[in-house]
Design a protein around this ligand. Structure first.
Ligand code: UTP
Length: 294
């Protein structure tokens, strides 16, 4: 298999975000904030840390706020500079990481995650590997981002690499679960939302992928599956028939499924507790709450 370094990442942001209605009626789900930054900004920074230079947003006409967020806002910057508010300017200038370009392609209709990724095919060469990061999954790691760790594996093995995370038995039914072999976690099968007694492992697929170019050509021939949508899992199954694929077990950090209200609230509390400026006072506030009384 020919090997090329990984420079492109696809971020699908064209979904409807129905689990967060009414909040997501006029605001894209990916723009919901965790402490003081929208979800999508954390993801773009995780990609940049992994050496990604080209980010492809697969977006929809209702999601213009995402592109605006990464665009320069001259009036606001000029106004802040005139008022001498340098400390407020800095966070604005850090939104888009140095050396990263963002381009957008449209997914006119939310026809599934697989379809969204396929919409990025015109800007990914046929021999190019690419990463996919789901913007509603935050992956916190105190030392090194999840995608950056996966890139290390990709550079060694030159195969597709899929992030996996151990979940408790009672959560298995909510996720895609991988059957793996050996200490290298070679993936042999993927099972969508299995019953716990039928699950091949406790390792769930968590929203970070590095794919060889072959995945895109397989997606082009993937028929609509569950829910009438073009499913990424179906294309990954087809890839498994042709190529070796490895799991990367995300350890020493924590993932937050921010597409779900509980995961989103957890992320806000835990990112606030870790925040250098807010953490101490927020911890004191939480400790002062009489939780029994609520
Ligand atoms: P989700 O299924 O979690 O997002 O897809 P959703 O469909 O927007 O949310 P709910 O279930 O209705 O609440 C994961 C990511 O894939 C994108 C979404 O925007 C989200 O960031 N996605 C999903 C697309 O871009 N296109 C699709 O057709 C489906």
């Amino acid at each position: 298999m020919s090997y090329k370094p990984l420079t492109k990442a696809v971020l699908p942001v064209a979904g409807l975000g129905t689990r967060f209605l009414p909040a997501t009626k006029a605001i894209p789900k990916e723009m919901l904030t965790v402490v003081d930054k929208p979800l999508i900004q954390y993801i773009v920074h995780e990609a940049a840390e992994a050496g990604i230079t080209d980010i492809i947003l697969v977006t929809h006409s209702s999601k213009g706020a995402i592109e605006n967020h990464f665009d320069k806002h001259y009036e606001l910057e000029t106004e802040l500079a005139l008022r001498g508010k340098q400390e407020r300017l800095l966070p604005l200038r850090e939104i888009t990481p140095e050396g990263v370009r963002l381009v957008s392609v449209r997914q006119p209709e939310a026809l599934g995650l697989g379809h969204a990724i396929l919409c990025a095919s015109p800007v990914i060469a046929e021999d190019e590997p690419f990463a996919v990061l789901l913007p509603d999954v935050l992956m916190h790691h105190p030392q090194k981002g999840c995608l950056a760790q996966m890139v290390d594996t990709y550079q060694k093995l030159h195969t597709s690499v899929v992030a996996l995370e151990e979940v408790p038995d009672d959560q298995v039914e909510k996720y895609g679960i991988a059957e793996v072999q050996g200490p290298d976690l070679r993936i042999t099968r993927l099972v969508e939302k299995p019953k716990v007694n039928e699950a091949p492992s406790n390792l769930s697929v968590v929203g970070r992928y590095i794919f060889t170019p072959r995945l895109m050509s397989l997606l082009k021939h993937t028929q609509p599956g569950a829910g009438g949508e073009i499913q990424l899992t179906d294309a990954m199954d087809a890839l498994l028939q042709e190529e070796v694929m490895f799991g990367f077990e995300f350890k020493g950090g924590k993932s937050y499924d921010c597409g779900d209200k509980h995961g989103y609230l957890q992320a806000n509390v835990e990112y606030a507790l870790r925040d250098a400026k807010l953490g101490d006072t927020f911890r004191e506030y939480l400790m002062s709450l009489d939780l029994q009384a609520r």
